[in-house]
Write a new protein. Structure first.
Length: 117
């Protein structure tokens, strides 16, 4: 499965962006996630959603501001980001894994999100 992330850009603090991640094949049996990496920092978990959308998880830093969702018909996952802060600036990566696996093994190329103060 190949993943293509899009939707990044430059936005002012308090603004919103919606990231999309299109998969080249079916994702209906895959858990999906979003990660991010800021300059000089390690990649960190942002959000995840189970294969059927039944369970989501968020990093504490984005809870209440970001929402992960998926459309298994379109083979696409989304990350709605509201109330953006400068510290959200990073390259955002989408990822996928088999629902029976622990680690993500499919990764997208990343999309840059820059939040100006």
């Amino acid at each position: 499965v190949q993943l293509q992330a899009s939707g990044g850009g430059v936005v002012q603090a308090g603004g919103s962006l919606r990231l999309s991640c299109a998969a080249s094949g079916p994702i209906r049996v895959m858990d999906m996630g979003w990660f991010r990496q800021a300059p000089g920092k390690e990649r960190e978990f942002v959000a995840s959603i189970t294969w059927n959308g039944g369970r989501t998880a968020y990093a504490d830093s984005v809870k209440g501001r970001f929402t992960i969702s998926r459309d298994n018909v379109k083979n696409t996952e989304y990350l709605q980001m509201n109330s953006l802060k400068p510290e959200d600036t990073a390259v955002y990566y989408c990822a996928a894994k088999s629902s029976i696996m622990t680690d993500y093994h499919y990764w997208g190329q990343g999309t840059q999100v820059t939040v100006s103060s």
